[in-house]
Design a protein around this ligand. Structure first.
Ligand code: SIN
Length: 307
């Protein structure tokens, strides 16, 4: 069986994955945290926690709340900064078989381009995923992803700064995600990841106050799966680029739904918190499904719900 997928067919470097199972940024650390739990080299790709120009401590606690069928987070892009990422993490990734994709976030368009150019050509980093979708920061993040014009400006700036593949991660917190996807595609993205978290909140009724330290957060987990699936389906009908489906994928059957809706690859995120082996379980389940259904090549499944 052939599970490989090419996520950057028009890029000079390409981004060939051995299989479609990726980890979602922010749920798998730098990959190293999970390497003692299962053979992470079996995955299609690892997307690391978002990287900013300078290190960040993130938002005030509490930063996590469980909700019905989901999790609300307001981490605030806590990370070690791009220079430490290049010095401390990339050399290890360079010895890995699994491609590592650096998720990047900035407060200004120049900052996105600056981070991307520092990463371009660094051994151990196969692509960048441009995060214009984090709902937990005062500047940048989802602010850029909420409208087609600013989403395109960030994409074009990163595209101009680097030669490696550019993935762009979209926010559902926008009026029309299809318009944002079209704008990002026209601005030079190689692939589109969707969706990041949905903005939400929880109130502590004893304290009569918002539970999260930064009041609002981003909702992920099974609660958002139908929303994410619908957005993948609609974007697949509007852009030619490879799509990476993300949002509430817990099982192989969830992943296959996204592939049938139009995703070439998928990201397992929140599921890893309850079951650290979830990405591998999803991969095993996809293989079993293909075997049972007599599917030789995964590409036979991509987007078939639309035909
Ligand atoms: C966070 O760090 O607040 C979450 C990251 C994201 O939503 O992209």
């Amino acid at each position: 069986m052939n599970l490989s997928v090419q996520l950057a067919p028009k890029n000079q470097h390409g981004l060939l994955l051995a299989n479609p199972v990726m980890t979602a940024s922010g749920t798998f650390g730098y990959g190293t945290e999970y390497s003692h739990i299962f053979d992470i080299q079996k995955l299609g790709a690892i997307v690391c926690k978002a990287t900013t120009l300078e290190p960040r401590d993130g938002n005030p606690q509490p930063r996590l709340a469980e909700t019905p069928s989901g999790v609300l987070n307001s981490i605030g892009l806590q990370n070690i900064g791009v220079n430490a990422l290049i010095k401390e993490k990339a050399p290890l990734w360079a010895s890995w078989q699994v491609p590592v994709i650096a998720n990047i976030a900035g407060e200004t368009i120049d900052e996105y381009a600056n981070i991307a150019s520092k990463l371009d050509g660094v051994a151990g980093i196969s692509a960048v995923e441009v995060n214009i979708s984090c709902p937990n920061v005062k500047a940048g993040g989802a602010e850029f992803g909420a409208n087609p014009k600013s989403a395109a400006e960030v994409t074009a700036a990163v595209r101009a700064a680097i030669s490696m593949p550019v993935l762009v991660k979209l926010t559902p917190n926008t009026g029309d995600i299809v318009k944002v996807a079209i704008a990002v595609a026209e601005a030079g993205a190689d692939a589109i990841s969707l969706i990041n978290t949905l903005k939400g909140m929880v109130i502590d009724i004893a304290k009569r106050r918002p539970l999260l330290g930064s009041i609002t957060g981003g909702l992920s987990g099974p609660a958002i799966k139908p929303v994410a699936l619908c957005m993948v389906y609609e974007v697949a009908g509007a852009v030619e680029l490879p799509l990476i489906g993300c949002g509430g994928i817990n099982t192989a059957s969830d992943a296959i739904e996204f592939i049938i809706a139009g995703a070439s690859a998928i990201q397992v995120g929140t599921a890893s918190f309850a079951n650290p082996r979830a990405p591998l379980d999803v991969l095993d389940g996809i293989e079993q499904f293909m075997e049972k259904e007599g599917i030789d090549n995964l590409t036979e499944l991509i987007g078939v719900a639309r035909y």
